[in-house]
Design a protein around this ligand. Structure first.
Ligand code: SF4
Length: 442
């Protein structure tokens, strides 16, 4: 599309019409009485104001109009996006889009388009959803902006290497890869320096694509916004320490969208401030997310996006509140590491220490602490067929929890996005047995 036409479409189509219409729609919807919580064992989930919800939806809406107006980067979930934000990029997360497809129950159909082109069903279902969407053009978002730059970081897995190389070839756009050495202990100065030098290498590449120079004051500002949002997200999750817990981990999976997609923007800060206030009010009213909370459970690994509501209700009907998850916590635990006065070193250190770039024993330590802090009665370890790095070591972790900590633990086999791996009846039976186990220990 011609640059002038793109700008006109952005200004008139998006700024003057679509964005105001989106806010009006959300504000009007906000006044309708909520339906959730009336016939189930769950109270209506704590949300944020309609204005904040619209701010989140606006991120995807802008994506439909942004091509040719702002530069677009597609990034992996663990990519250090602060440099791109400071340069004004519109940042799109294929993994989040995959989760959205999963939650809308269209991911399996979309990923089959990738499988028909020869991609193995053993490949991560986020990658298959993303590639399937690219090959078939199917998406619940109507339109995904074409990237000008791809940024992948190996701190979450090695799958992203091949996935993003395929994207670079299909889309014919530059790909910048950041390699993070696996941490067996805390990062050494050499390891931090190694990643920092790659960040320094990213700056001229991103500047060239963006057509502008990086302002260091802006980068410092973005890093401080990232830190503040991460800190607030941690406080949100920690409200679940209250008894009864005001939120479930299933709510947390939904509310994590801003910390992933809008980290480094002010909207994420406003969103979590609002959510935190509402959760604190609920704690004061002593109102739980589950009407009769009898058991408090920890969830390990990614959610099962296409069965979120189903699992939340099934467990709540049996008095189970899944109050915490290692997955949502992974986006919160590193807040103290950030320091806007040393942005590149801070970014290098923080993104090196993400959950999946540390050994299984490190996750086990975090789980033990969560079991203590959240007064957990049992643990569900989702053995996610897609995500090998997250699922590795779960059998040993389960055995450790059961034998050393005397905590009932269940290994539940499924897949975060591929509904063909969800054996409904078997999962119900195993969850029933798990609840009985907790019952016997009461
Ligand atoms: S394999 Fe796991 S970490 Fe890697 S992209 Fe898939 S879900 Fe994310």
């Amino acid at each position: 599309m011609q640059p002038n036409r793109s700008r006109l479409r952005y200004l008139l189509g998006y700024r003057c019409f679509a964005k105001p219409a989106l806010y009006v729609r959300f504000l009007a919807g906000f006044r309708k009485p909520g339906k959730t919580g009336q016939n189930t064992a769950l109270n209506a989930p704590v949300g944020v104001s309609a204005w904040k919800k619209a701010g989140l939806a606006n991120h995807y809406l802008e994506g439909r109009y942004v091509e040719g107006v702002r530069k677009v980067a597609w990034v992996t979930s663990g990519a250090p996006i602060e440099i791109l934000r400071a340069l004004g990029f519109y940042v799109f997360y294929p993994e989040n889009h995959g989760a959205l497809c999963g939650a809308r129950k269209v991911a399996t159909e979309i990923m089959q388009a990738a499988e028909q082109q020869g991609y193995s069903p053993a490949l991560c279902s986020y990658a298959r959803t993303d590639l399937g969407s690219l090959l078939s053009g199917k998406t619940p978002l109507q339109k995904i902006p074409r990237p000008d730059l791809l940024l992948a970081c190996t701190n979450i897995c090695q799958t992203v290497l091949s996935w993003y190389r395929c994207l670079a070839e299909y889309l014919n756009v530059p790909l910048y890869l950041i390699d993070t050495p696996f941490l067996f202990r805390d990062a050494t100065p050499d390891q931090i320096d190694y990643v920092k030098r790659q960040l320094e290498g990213l700056i001229p590449v991103a500047e060239q694509v963006a057509g502008r120079s990086l302002k260091w004051s802006r980068l410092r500002q973005v890093v401080s916004w990232s830190k503040e949002a991460t800190q607030l997200w941690l406080e949100v999750l920690e409200t679940a320490k209250a008894k009864p817990s005001p939120l479930t981990a299933f709510d947390g999976f939904i509310h994590m969208a801003p910390i992933v997609e809008q980290r480094g923007e002010t909207h994420a800060i406003r969103y979590y401030r609002d959510l935190l206030k509402r959760l604190q009010n609920r704690i004061q009213r002593r109102e739980g997310a589950v009407k009769e909370e009898r058991f408090r459970v920890l969830w390990d690994n990614l959610p099962v996006w296409y069965r979120l509501r189903h699992l939340a209700e099934f467990l709540a009907e049996r008095g189970v509140n899944v109050v915490a998850s290692t997955y949502t916590y992974a986006w919160a635990e590193l807040a103290p590491m950030m320091d806007s006065n040393r942005p590149l070193e801070t970014i290098a250190r923080t993104y090196l220490h993400v959950f999946l770039n540390r050994p299984a024993r490190s996750k086990l330590k975090v789980m033990e602490k969560m079991i203590h802090d959240f007064q957990i009665d049992g643990v569900i370890l989702h053995s996610d067929r897609s995500c090998k790095p997250y699922s590795l070591g779960q059998m040993d972790q389960r055995d450790h929890l059961v034998s050393r900590l005397n905590v009932p633990a269940l290994l539940l086999e499924a897949d975060h996005n591929d509904s063909r791996a969800f054996a409904e009846q078997q999962i119900r039976t195993r969850l029933e047995a798990f609840v009985e186990m907790m019952e016997q220990r009461k």
